[in-house]
Structures are given as structure tokens and as C-alpha cells.
Ligand binder design. Sequence first.
Ligand SMILES: NC(=O)c1ccc[n+]([C@@H]2O[C@H](COP(=O)([O-])OP(=O)(O)OC[C@H]3O[C@@H](n4cnc5c(N)ncnc54)[C@H](O)[C@@H]3O)[C@@H](O)[C@H]2O)c1
Length: 350
Amino acid sequence: MFEMKDEWLAADKVKREDYTKVLDIGKEFLYLSYADCKNTGTTEPEIIAATEQGMIDYSKRVCEMPAKIGIHPMPDSLMHAMPAYMPEQYACGIKWGSNFPTNKKMFNVSSTNCQIIYNDVLTGWPLAIMDASWITELRTPATAIVGIKYGGNLDSTTWGMIGCGIQGRNNVRMIKHILKKLETIYIYDVVEEAMDYLIEVDQPLVDAKIVKCHSYEEIVKSAQILTSATPIAHVPNPPVKDEWVSKGQTLICLDCHTVYADSIYKRADKYYQDSVPEHELLQTYGTYPWGFPTITGETGAMAAGLVPGRESKDELVIVNNVGMASEDMMCAKIIFDRAIENGIGTKLPL
Ligand SMILES: NC(=O)c1ccc[n+]([C@@H]2O[C@H](COP(=O)([O-])OP(=O)(O)OC[C@H]3O[C@@H](n4cnc5c(N)ncnc54)[C@H](O)[C@@H]3O)[C@@H](O)[C@H]2O)c1
């Protein structure tokens, strides 16, 4: 339980007054679609800052966020229930997010889909039911950016993206916010068309040259920093061999321990997880059959300076961010407030 500080309560009441001008709380809520969320004009730097704060607040344990529970209807699929309460931001709610890797092939719909029920802190009634796929598409690359900010060599001229789906493409578009000297983006996907599509659509949007790799070995040996977003295997069979990974590299995993051989994690100089309890829960589902390496600290603790981040150019640093509801609620708050201010969304009766 968190004590509501007087100044938070006062500020929340002011905000709530704005909400009540638009919504009859307890009788109706705002529905925000994917397009509505996007149309709030929330920018990538705003999402990155909100995500970093969500990671820091979690690691300082100044918010309430239990580890996500899940169900797994299809092979390698996941549906996660992700609640969080951010006292300082007067934001609370729950994300219900899923990833079904076979969706594209079988049903021609995206593998990831997410919704948020965003609640009133003072009464618990829903203020909004909103799409959260847009938030997830942006806040997940933002978590990678936070990992790179504190764990990467920021003068790197090369970066690689493994997995070129929705996450891969958004990571490619957003990497410019952290790697200012980037010259070459290497990409790799087991599906050739996914790489071709990324180059066709996203090359015009980024300055660095995007280069297609033909194997894991090629991309891992080419890029100083690597981010991976491939389907999370329930029984990992990592394709990347230890001898391809060098000192000084930074590996950002958005897909648990799916890609890299276990010995790479175990020999890393520094290894971070966004939420140790989240990963411990995943371990009970079998995601980490070889156990965890020594954990240097949480990513948010690194961002807050509570544990050291990268300390020398030669360190091998690995950051494993599975994604947290604290990040989602920080972003949902911005989107909901903007929607209220700008009359975006559809009011529906409860
Ligand atoms: N960490 C987080 O916060 C977070 C958030 C959202 C999604 N994810 C995870 O990111 C991953 C990707 O999500 P998405 O929405 O981009 O999915 P997507 O289906 O749009 O893209 C996945 C891509 O990976 C490729 N792929 C499949 N197997 C591969 C392999 N062995 N090697 C290389 N590429 C491979 C596919 O061809 C596809 O292009 C999923 O595992 C998802 O659960 C993580």
C-alpha cells in the first residue's frame, strides 16, 4: 500500500475536475482506439522519458506493480495481465497484452495486441478503455533506448536489429534518439520479406544506412550494439554462438533469453533485468531453463544511478527488458490527459 501524499491528492483533484467536465465518472468512460492514441500527438521523446521514469519508479519501488500473470493458449503465445499504480502521477490501470507469433501467417493480423483499462485513482471506476498496441509499439523500443543510454557505448556507429516485425521496425525508427553517431543499421530476420519490407518503408525515415544480413553470425559480428525482438520461445534453442560475441558489445533483449547462448549471459560483465520478480515469474513458466546469470541490478536502478551501468568501453553488457506495466501506465496517463484536453475519443456508457 502507498500513502497518498497531500500534494498528490490536491493535484489529482485538480486533474479530476478537468476529467469530470468531460466524463460522468462511474457512469461513462472514454474509448480510445489505436488512431485516437496516435492522434493525441504524443511524441517519441515523451514516450521515452515516460518509459524511463516508469522503470525508475518501479526499481525504487515507489509504485505498485505485481509481476504479470499470464496464460498461453497457442504454442509460444502469451497473454499477460499487467496492473500498475503510479501514485505520483495519479495513474492506475491494467494492460491486457498478447503475442501470438502465428497470427500473421494464419489470420493476417499482427502478432501483438493490447488494451488498457485506465482507472480513476480516487474511485477505481474506469476512465478509459484504450488501445495499448500503439503504446507497446513505442514504449518497448523506449525500454531498449534506456538500456542503451546507460549500458551502451554511445559513440557506436553500428547497431543491429534482430527480428524485423512491428517491434523491429519501431526500434529502427527510434534508435536515432540515442545513437547520434550511427552510420549503419544491420538487420536480420528469418523471413527475407520482413527485411525487404523494413528497408522499403523505413529507410526513407532514418539517416543511417540499413544493411540486410544473411545470418545471425553476420549481424552479431557486424554491430556494436544489438537489439532483439523475436518470438519468445517457451523452450529456448538459442542460435547465437558464444564465439561471435565480443567484449564491448551491448545486447538488448526484448525477447528474454531466446537469441543468445546461455554462456554469453553467464560471461557478461554486467547483466540487467527490468524487473527481477517479473523474470522470476517467467522462470516458473520455463523461459529460463538454464537459470539466471548473476544480476547486476534492475534497468531502472541503473537509470536511477542506484547500481552502476557501463563502466568501461570493453565491458560486455546485457539488458533483458520483458516490459512493465509501470511504463504502460506512465504513457497511458499522457494519452488520456491529451485526449480529454483535445476532445479525442468516444464516450460510451458503462
Ligand atoms: N519486451 C517487451 O516489452 C515486449 C513488448 C512487445 C513485444 N515483445 C516481444 O517482441 C517480439 C516481437 O514482437 P513483434 O510485435 O515485433 O512481433 P512480429 O510478429 O511483428 O515480428 C516478429 C518478427 O520476428 C521474426 N522472426 C521469427 N523467428 C525469428 C528468428 N528465430 N530469428 C529472427 N527473426 C525471427 C518474424 O519473421 C517477424 O518478422 C515478441 O516476442 C514479443 O513478445 C516484447
